[in-house]
Design a protein around this ligand. Structure first.
Ligand code: GLA
Length: 382
């Protein structure tokens, strides 16, 4: 494992003042509900991004990483989304978002930053949010912002939306900031109130497998934005501020007013919000073995109503459940990326083998399958 302190020292000729880190995330349930002001239920995973940082005596940010060549230099006086690109936009975007929101960085000094990431990129596990939140946690302390976790998550979201150009919600950054060991975080995206709910996976002998389809997804273009616009259009026709206001009782009226496809998009969001709340209730009452059907129903809704899964993901989920998983569903924005399976630990290998074998038989791309553990959110490491 890279020792980030010695890498920083080699790059900048002095030791960092501190190291901050933030994790990627898995969403247990509640997909495409965040930008509709609904509910989500993610957890932070045991794969983190670290940022080693030290102050400079000018107003420049110098940015290096262990995964890309060269140094990016930006002045605090001319941060602009138009001049940011690539991975550095996630870091600089957070500083820009803070300045844009009126958080004072005028009196601040610049920073030397070195980033190292263990969050798989392109797997739908929010490597970008991990980067935003690690940077945000470092800025918050070094620049004395004194912002709470949700406020920092919001800045990460703005960075993602603006610098990167994807109309995403608060899910990823909230999970990365607020995660706790062996807990999921239930976030109400309308009030932005969050609460940690115990999962009790270990006591129950359960684990969570990520099944990365290795099918590329890209949210700045393509289907994600289309779904975002369908939901906004659905809300407009139904004359509500957001789809959060629509409940199952309103669905018959929605079916009269919307075309067939728009209705299915809305139905996914409405039923998915209900499934998130039902999952929280089931976890609190009967524990994680009781949520399998909710996970499966979410997968079916994403496949049939919201149409954001790919055949590789559908096959992986069906096979995992047939091989003994308690439940399985796609996680994240969709159109590729990963699915998760909730599995009895003693069957994990056998379930993973069954999924690999089935996808191979079907002539599909080989998935990457590994276990994740619900872990702590952003923090200072040293
Ligand atoms: C991506 C986005 C999130 C959320 C999910 C879908 O991960 O970044 O904001 O919309 O897709 O639930």
């Amino acid at each position: 494992m890279t020792d980030i302190t010695s890498e920083f020292t080699a790059a900048y000729g002095r030791a960092p003042e501190g190291v901050w880190s933030a994790p990627g995330r898995v969403n247990l349930i509640g997909e495409h509900t965040d930008y509709n002001k609904g509910f989500v239920l993610p957890f932070a995973i045991n794969f983190r991004t670290q940022a080693a940082v030290a102050r400079r005596d000018d107003r420049e940010i110098h940015l290096r990483s262990t995964f890309a060549e060269g140094e990016v230099v930006a002045s605090l006086d001319s941060l602009s989304p138009d001049t940011m690109d690539g991975w550095s936009a996630y870091v600089l975007g957070v500083a820009w978002a803070a300045a844009d929101a009126g958080v004072a960085i005028d009196a601040a000094f610049g920073l030397d930053i070195l980033v190292d990431s263990r969050v798989p990129v392109g797997a739908g596990l929010s490597s970008s949010a991990a980067l935003e939140c690690a940077a945000g946690a470092a800025f918050n302390e070094l620049w004395d912002w004194n912002l709470g976790d949700v406020a920092l998550a919001r800045l990460g979201r703005v960075a993602e939306n603006t610098a990167v150009g994807a109309p995403t919600g608060l899910l990823d950054q909230a999970a990365s900031m607020l995660g706790q060991e062996d807990h999921v975080v239930v976030l109400d995206c309308l009030t932005e109130e969050a609460r940690a709910v115990p999962l009790h996976l270990r006591e129950e002998g359960l684990g969570i497998l990520v099944m990365n389809s290795n099918v590329d997804h890209e949210h700045a273009t393509g289907g994600y934005g289309d779904r975002f616009r369908s939901c906004a259009e659905g809300a407009r026709i139904l004359d509500v501020e957001s789809l959060r206001e629509i409940t199952a009782d309103d669905l018959p009226r929605a079916q009269e007013l919307l075309d067939e496809e728009a209705f299915r998009r809305v139905r996914h969001v409405v039923t998915e919000n209900e499934r998130v709340l039902a999952t929280v209730a089931a976890l609190e009452k009967d524990g994680p073995r009781s949520i399998g059907q909710l996970l499966d129903a979410s997968q079916a809704s994403m496949r049939d109503d919201f149409e954001i899964t790919v055949p590789e993901i559908d096959t992986a989920c069906d096979t995992a459940v047939a091989a003994g998983a308690i439940g399985a569903r796609m996680t994240g924005g969709g159109f590729g990326g990963s699915a998760i399976a909730l599995v009895p630990l003693e069957q994990a290998d056998q379930i993973a083998d069954a999924v690999r074998a089935r996808l191979s038989e079907a002539g599909m791309r080989e998935p990457t399958i590994f276990a994740v553990v619900p872990s702590e959110g952003a923090r200072r490491d040293r």
